[in-house]
Design a protein around this ligand. Structure first.
Ligand SMILES: [Zn+2]
Length: 154
């Protein structure tokens, strides 16, 4: 245990080895890994574009079709994190503090969450309405952590 700023910190590590199937959402993760491309699904009935994708529309239960999405989007909400969950410690690139935001990709009807990298993490650094773009990592694994967002003007 260590002390930082007068508070006691405890190391934590929980590692679970398991395999799960992405099932019908496999194309989403495959596109991240193999093409460095963000994808979603469009409902053929109501035209809702889901990202994260849905195999069937959660609004009208219509069938959906895969579509590539823009790598630019708009922040709808953000939270500032000063503690990292155990599973994020597995990624050597995770820095603290960090900003986790709900981003609505251009053309999508919904938002997905991901990290927004900004030079200095202070409350208000990533306001709702901020335009961002996705940056894909060179080494991708088919996970949401294959990319992160940065302010569009960066
Ligand atoms: Zn629908």
């Amino acid at each position: 245990m260590t002390t930082r700023g007068g508070y006691l910190e405890a190391e934590d590590a929980i590692v679970n080895h398991y395999v799960y199937s992405h099932g019908g959402l496999s194309p989403f993760f495959r596109a991240l890994k193999e093409r460095g491309q963000l994808t979603g699904t469009r409902c053929a009935e109501c035209d809702t574009v889901w990202c994260p994708p849905r195999t069937h529309c959660s609004r009208c239960y219509g069938e959906t079709q895969w579509t590539d999405l823009s790598h630019e989007g708009t922040v709808r909400a953000a939270t500032y994190c000063y503690y990292v969950p155990s599973n994020y410690k597995l990624h050597e690139y995770q820095e603290m503090p960090y900003v986790l935001a709900l981003v609505q990709p251009d053309g999508a009807s919904t938002c997905l969450y991901n990290i927004v990298h900004v030079p200095k993490v202070v409350v208000g650094a990533v306001p709702a309405g901020m335009r961002v773009r996705a940056v894909f990592r060179e080494r991708r694994e088919g996970r949401l952590t294959d990319f992160y967002y940065v302010p569009l003007e960066s």
